[in-house]
Design a protein around this ligand. Structure first.
Ligand code: NAP
Length: 379
């Protein structure tokens, strides 16, 4: 959403592809108290505010399922269940999903007591006892939320201390309905039909015990939604996308933002900031592509000077080219290869050079060192 807002304000045509509810994971977050300027909102409320903000700037939102993002030459093609889309730049902001526990009885009890969303399913456990698995912020915060409905919430954690923030831990631990069960893992989830108990193992003593609960909420971390672009961009072993500070992925013109990134803090605020940066980088990229195409690749024939601006000698040569260009009354595009490294790589040019390009292909490269070289190359 923030990428859309920034992209539109930068003058880009922004098409936002959405599979489910706009706002993604924010919709399954109960309360947001750490979005600056808004002291309290529910996740869906904040999601709606962000969507309305994106719509205010005339973002086009299309509901579809993205099957694949691929490169066809320089073109980036997004294959969806509603047809293919070609884009000049793509921002991957597909987010993350809650991981499964992987124990027997988990899959077969989904919708029968096993849940990954307290906001969605908590109300089904009014006056019942439930278990939460995990020790991170999600487990502790969602555990506290579940006390609105459940009479008791066991938080089962494999270690003897939570990984969550201190404030979240203090809030949860001061709630008499929350009962932590330390050093324990779930061996299986049992019940004919709905869940009726968990088989737990204490990892310190190996003692196995049964815990009677009607529901189990699994919050054991997240994995990236990278299914539609697996292998396309550089990512960590677990699939989180690697970007630089400009939110550029390893593929030119493809940017990424939000929880799908290989990053330390997955929060609405960090995702929003990533989106803003990604959109501004995408905007600069699109401008650069349009400019380079119209000045270098589209004309029948063009002679251009490529140099690197941090090099004082090369900068001096660029002034000389500008002077000659004026004297001859002939437009000679001057390209700073330092700022436009992609086109330099693409055309395989050494800097500084006078380059003749015919119908988008390099026909002659003259390496230049002195003013005399420039004068000769441009004569
Ligand atoms: P997380 O921080 O990665 O925590 C996952 C928890 O699950 C850990 O305690 C981990 O145990 C446990 N775990 C992992 N695999 C397990 C397994 N197979 N069996 C049993 N336990 C297992 O994940 P998260 O809580 O979903 O949070 C993800 C990110 O979102 C974090 O950066 C978090 O701070 C952020 N977040 C922030 C807020 C907020 O600030 N309001 C709210 C929600 C989430 P170990 O501790 O032993 O590794």
């Amino acid at each position: 959403m923030s990428a859309a807002i920034y992209g539109r304000r930068a003058g880009l045509d922004v098409l936002l592809l959405e599979k489910g509810a706009t706002g993604g994971q924010i919709n399954i977050t109960d309360e947001i108290e750490n979005w600056p300027g808004v002291q309290h909102a529910t996740g869906p409320e904040l999601g709606d505010m962000l969507r309305d903000h994106a719509l205010k700037f005339k973002t086009e939102i299309r509901f579809c399922d993205v099957k694949k993002v691929e490169l066809r030459g320089d073109a980036k093609v997004i294959i969806t269940d509603k047809g293919d889309i070609e884009a000049e730049a793509v921002i991957l902001a597909t987010g993350a999903y809650f991981r499964r526990l992987g124990c027997p009885g988990e899959d077969s009890h989904i919708g029968q007591g096993v849940s990954y969303c307290a906001t969605c399913d908590g109300a089904f456990f009014e006056d019942l006892e439930v278990a939460v698995i995990g020790g991170g912020n999600t487990a502790v915060e969602e555990g506290a939320y579940l006390t609105k409905f459940a009479t008791k919430v066991y938080i089962i954690h494999r270690r003897d201390e939570f990984r969550a923030d201190r404030a979240a831990i203090e809030r949860a631990m001061s709630n008499p309905k929350i009962v932590p069960i330390w050093n324990s893992v779930v061996e299986s989830i049992e019940g004919n039909g709905p869940v009726d108990h968990l088989v737990l193992k204490n990892v310190k003593t190996n003692e196995v015990s049964n815990l009677e609960v009607s529901g189990v909420f699994v919050f054991v971390g997240q994995s990236p939604h990278d299914e539609c672009f697996k292998g396309l961009v550089k990512s960590s072993k677990a699939g989180w996308v690697i970007v630089n500070e400009h939110m550029e992925t390893s593929v030119e013109g493809i940017f990424a933002a939000g929880d799908v990134l290989d990053k330390h803090l997955r929060q609405v605020i960090t995702a929003a900031a990533d989106g803003a940066i990604a959109a501004m980088s995408a905007s600069a990229y699109v401008d650069e592509q349009i400019h380079l195409r119209s000045t270098l690749l589209e004309p029948e024939s063009v002679t251009a000077f490529f140099y690197s601006s941090p090099d004082a000698t090369q900068s001096h040569l660029s002034n000389e080219v500008e002077k000659l260009s004026k004297e001859k009354g002939k437009k000679i595009p001057i390209v700073d290869g330092y700022k436009n490294s992609r086109i330099v790589e693409k055309l395989k040019i050494e800097l500084p050079s006078v380059v003749e390009i015919k119908k988008g292909a390099v026909s002659k490269v003259t390496k230049v060192v002195t003013e005399a070289d420039i004068a000769k190359a441009l004569s």
